[in-house]
Design a protein around this ligand. Structure first.
Ligand SMILES: NC(=O)NC(NC(N)=O)C(=O)[O-]
Length: 358
């Protein structure tokens, strides 16, 4: 499952009531939290996390995260790694949804995802969430104060259909719900990294297999977030100089892994280079297999194309059902009252998908 809050998918911490000892941005750092004893700055011991001062008045401390990828939250992890004499006694997690880029004081309609829970020091706390709504922001509340190393918000991306209709998009990008369904080997670095939105800073940010010592070749299978007709593949081998694949091949695959049409025949790569390949046209696809010939590593993989009209209808219906109040009424207007929808009524389709090309 994707960490919807991670800075790796462009999550941000938009506000916190206090961050005296350690900055709120650390909460969503993708790397595991670190600690070096007796490293003191002007505010005290340096911690890799978010840490508030000792509270001398009643109240609780809080931080608000804007999800990089809005979606349905399945599990929240509150990690107090390295906070021992200064972890919060308890925490709670709430969520809300809004369009655009609201300030923290414009966010309303907070709903509890994780009710108040006890915390221990230097420990990862996993909280399952049973809720089917689509959220855009989370609020971590800590009682009464203290430090939290990381907040992970694992869930399923649910893209806004208004951002996809009529636009060429990366059909396999993590933000549209693209994910890895199979992989021959990920010894050095996971294949999920291929689908992250920002460019890789170093080789370790990409995907890399071990040196292959037997016949055959390494491969990764990917499910598209939104089915569609891909027309351009970007195969980014930057940072992979002595270990780029010699060539790649791209094939459509069905949901059960059955191979479909060839999108890109075996094509030579240049080490350390970002390549863009025009693909053969045809029917919409739901998944692809990328063959690395014979092995190696890639920084990123993108598959640009137009979302399929029927898939967009299905997405818009799912999206409309998942909108929590008051966001639902803000997006859908009075039509929100007609839920549950069995199919996408005409006015809603126009609202969510517009009248433009699809
Ligand atoms: N030794 C500490 O960690 N002290 C304090 N925190 C920091 N960061 O120095 C505190 O009071 O929680």
């Amino acid at each position: 499952m994707l960490d919807l809050a991670s800075a790796a998918v462009r999550g941000t911490v938009i506000a916190a009531n206090d961050e005296f000892f350690a900055g709120k941005e650390n909460l969503i750092e993708p790397a595991a939290p670190s600690f070096a004893a007796r490293t003191f700055g002007p505010h005290g011991q340096v911690y890799d996390g978010w840490e508030t001062r000792r509270r001398r008045t009643p109240g609780v401390d809080w931080a608000v995260v804007r999800l990089g990828v809005p979606g349905v939250v399945r599990r929240v992890v509150v990690d107090t790694a390295h906070f021992t004499g200064n972890f919060p006694e308890r925490c709670a997690v709430e969520a809300t949804a809004a369009d655009g880029y609201p300030d923290v004081d414009e966010l309303t309609g907070w709903t509890t995802l994780v009710p108040v829970q006890s915390l221990r020091g230097n420990e990862k706390h996993e909280f399952e969430v049973a809720d089917e709504h689509r959220w855009t922001h989370l609020r971590l509340r800590i009682f009464p104060d203290g430090g939290v190393a990381r907040l992970r918000v694992f869930g399923e991306p649910l893209p806004d259909p208004r951002e996809l209709a009529g636009c060429p998009v990366d059909l396999v990008g993590a933000a549209t719900g693209g994910h890895v369904t199979g992989c021959s080997d990920s010894f050095f670095a996971p294949a999920d990294n291929l689908l992250l939105p920002d460019t890789a800073a170093v080789m370790g940010d990409g995907f890399e297999t071990r040196r292959r010592r037997q016949d055959g070749n390494d491969w990764v299978e990917l499910a598209l977030g939104v089915p569609g007709v891909p027309y351009l593949a970007e195969v980014d081998a930057r940072h992979f100089l002595g270990n780029a694949p010699g060539a790649v091949r791209l094939t459509a695959v069905g949901a059960d892994g059955t191979p479909g049409r060839e999108l890109l025949p075996e094509t030579r790569l240049q080490p350390g280079t970002c390549h863009r390949f025009r693909l053969s046209a045809g029917e919409p696809v739901t998944g692809v297999r990328l063959d690395l010939l014979p092995d190696g590593g890639l920084a990123r993989f993108r598959l640009y194309g137009l979302p399929d009209a029927a898939a967009l209808d299905a997405l818009a219906l799912r999206y409309a059902h998942a909108l929590p109040e008051p966001h639902a009424t803000a997006v859908l207007g009075p039509a929100a009252a007609a839920r549950p929808y069995e199919a996408l009524p005409g006015p809603l389709r126009a609202l969510l998908l517009g009248d433009g090309p699809r």
